[in-house]
Design a protein around this ligand. Structure first.
Ligand SMILES: Nc1ncnc2c1ncn2[C@@H]1O[C@H](COP(=O)(O)OP(=O)(O)OP(=O)(O)O)[C@@H](O)[C@H]1O
Length: 598
């Protein structure tokens, strides 16, 4: 059980040296000295013949454990929970987790172009008010034909079943076409990914690629950065789809996966690099990625990327030698939420004349999600949850349950499995193969219930998620907006149920009431009262933020930080995101033990 297993169960017929199909080991390009081993310093790799990594022989290869057979439903069997085994074995000195080579992306066109069905409210997107601030904004477009997309890219858009652009696409595409920097804020599930990919890919195809296939160091022209591994992988699949049959090679690199595998992917050509920050810095430090040709830096979930934990990485990245200064590159930022203090920070990365696009209200919840808030004390949460999911085994309707801690996610998934609800979990302490398997099981409704920490709150576009349950209220209201945005996407209807524990969550009452009212949702009387008596936040401070305004129009000074909305702490939590994704083996989130950081 070598390579084959980790790629999805079947024994690979590929080369025993590099694991790739299409040649035998005696013809392996690595024999020439130009492959994997060389890229780490010129010498022929003495690594394992199965996985290509150094430091062990093939008979000791961690892939012999047959990780591909590992089912994320291991809770049922009570044994094979890789992440737990790995942590137990650690005892202070953490061993390396098994190497993980993700399954190859689809080659089949049908699979590649399959996308979410538009819902009945897709047409209503056009009624959402749009504002563009900044000087000389170009006119919006109303069809993809008007978007000046490169011909093949336009064909790919049609193959994806996109027959007209969403508002964020109508405005962003001409702005990017006109070589302007952009900060764009639009509700969850409204098509922000294509809004930046389509014009950027068009620019790259039209100007021709610069990255040489033959040089060791690849010099991508666009770098797209996101906060979690699953999200960057999803953006990669979108980039691959839209750039199909063009000269563009998109590549993704993220933590928890084999570095060797990703090095080989980069070395095949890398015009657009999609990455989590840690692994990106790792590749730059190894001399595998050069920045001199960068024309576009794109921050998806930009407010998170400029938030605590990630901001310093992004600052480091833009000040690295070789990276073009902000006036010699374009910086694009997208999110559904943009707290004032992050908007302020963002100015450091954008050209002076950037445009600020808001579709609807900055930080507003998706209007296609019916939101219900229930007052539940912690001791009653479990029985309330079981009530809510009682019919899931019959309906198979995908239900995403958010909890606060990684340990809590494991525990609740176990409880639900014991109650005979096929459940899986995703959080920063699970091995990457288990995280990806969990997502696949959830997508296919093998496990229609997914218990997740905030690692799954942003960006993930999973069809048919019908119900999001906040078993634990998040610590920040932005996180609430992103979490419930996993349903009600692309004009589909969704529902979200939130357990609100008055003793613990009172500091979020006001901001929650605000979100509910703006989305024309019912505000329970008890929640209104709780908001009235809550201390620490005030509606005055929130006014500006929810007005969907460009800070430049408000002078940019004296803005009350959004932190105060979360109860006056002023500090924004780092939650369970993919920090420390470099180094190849770090599959852990922010902090192993301290669940207050999870
Ligand atoms: N013009 C379009 N026509 C039809 N479907 C579209 C169109 N644009 C995007 N979609 C689909 O809508 C879904 C949501 O898009 P996307 O993931 O880009 O949303 P988003 O705004 O980035 O959400 P989030 O804020 O959660 O990251 C995807 O399945 C995408 O394929």
């Amino acid at each position: 059980t070598g390579f084959g297993d980790s790629r999805g169960g079947a024994r690979s017929k590929g080369c025993f040296k590099c694991g790739e199909e299409g040649h035998m080991s005696r013809e392996c390009p690595q024999n020439t000295g130009s492959g994997f081993g060389d890229s780490r310093g010129g010498a022929r790799s003495k690594g394992c013949f199965k996985c290509g990594e150094e430091g062990h022989m093939s008979r000791e290869c961690p892939q012999n454990t047959g990780s591909g057979d590992r089912h994320s439903n291991a809770y049922f069997k009570g044994g094979d929970h890789a992440a737990q085994e790995y942590h137990k074995a650690g005892d202070g000195d953490k061993p390396r987790p098994p190497l993980y080579i993700p399954p190859p992306p689809p080659e089949d066109e049908v699979e590649m172009f399959a996308s979410m069905q538009r819902g009945i409210n897709f047409g209503k997107y056009d009624a959402i008010p749009v504002e563009v601030s900044g000087l000389n904004a170009p006119k919006c477009i109303s069809t993809f034909e008007m978007a000046n997309l490169q011909e093949t890219i336009l064909v790919n858009v049609q193959k994806a079943g996109y027959d007209r652009p969403t508002p964020v696409q109508k405005y962003s595409i001409p702005i990017i076409n006109a070589d302007r920097d952009l900060m764009a804020c639009a509700q969850t599930g409204s098509g922000k990914t294509a809004a930046f990919l389509l014009p950027v890919l068009t620019k790259l195809v039209e100007s021709g690629v610069k990255s040489s296939e033959f040089s060791e160091k690849k010099t991508p022209q666009a770098i797209i950065i996101g906060p979690t591994r699953e999200l960057v992988n999803q953006i990669f699949l979108e980039a691959r789809k839209f750039s199909r049959s063009t000269i563009i090679h998109p590549v993704v690199v993220y933590g928890g996966t084999s570095v060797g595998y990703q090095i080989r992917a980069v070395q095949k050509g890398c015009d657009v690099l999609i990455a989590t920050p840690g692994r990106l810095m790792d590749f730059i430090n190894r001399g595998l990625i050069g920045l001199e040709n960068v024309r576009f830096i794109i921050l998806d979930e930009a407010d998170r990327m400029l938030d605590m934990g990630f901001e310093s990485e992004i600052r480091k990245l833009v000040s690295l030698p070789g990276m073009p200064q902000k006036n010699n590159r374009h910086t694009l930022m997208f999110s559904a939420t943009f707290p004032d203090e992050i908007q302020k920070l963002a100015h450091d990365f954008l050209r002076e004349d950037f445009l600020f696009l808001t579709v609807g209200r900055v930080g507003g919840a998706c209007s296609d999600v019916t939101q219900t808030v229930i007052s539940v004390e912690w001791k009653d949460k479990r029985s309330k949850l079981l009530e809510l999911i009682a019919d899931v085994n019959e309906t198979k309707s995908r239900t995403l349950v958010f909890v606060e801690t990684k340990r809590g996610a494991d525990f609740l998934a176990c409880v639900l499995c014991q109650e005979d609800f096929p459940t899986t979990s995703i959080h920063g302490d699970r091995l990457q193969q288990d995280r990806e398997q969990a997502l696949r099981d959830f997508k296919l409704a093998v496990c229609p219930i997914l218990v997740a920490t905030s690692v799954a709150a942003r960006g993930l576009d999973i069809p048919k998620v019908e119900h999001v349950i906040n078993y634990d209220m998040p610590r920040e209201i932005d996180e609430y907006v992103h979490r419930i945005g996993r349903t009600g996407r692309c004009g589909n209807l969704g529902r979200a149920t939130t357990f609100f524990d008055n003793k613990k969550d009172a500091n979020l009452a006001r901001s929650l009431v605000k979100i509910l009212s703006e989305a024309q949702q019912e505000v329970p009387g008890w929640l209104g009262e709780c908001a009235e008596s809550a201390v620490g936040s005030n509606f005055g401070a929130e006014k500006g933020r929810f007005g969907g305004k460009d800070l430049r129009e408000r002078g940019g000074e004296g803005i009350t930080g959004f932190g105060s909305m979360g109860g006056g702490s002023g500090a924004r939590s780092t939650a369970d995101y993919d920090y420390n994704d470099g180094g190849g083996f770090d599959c852990v989130g922010v902090n192993d033990d301290d669940d207050s950081w999870d």
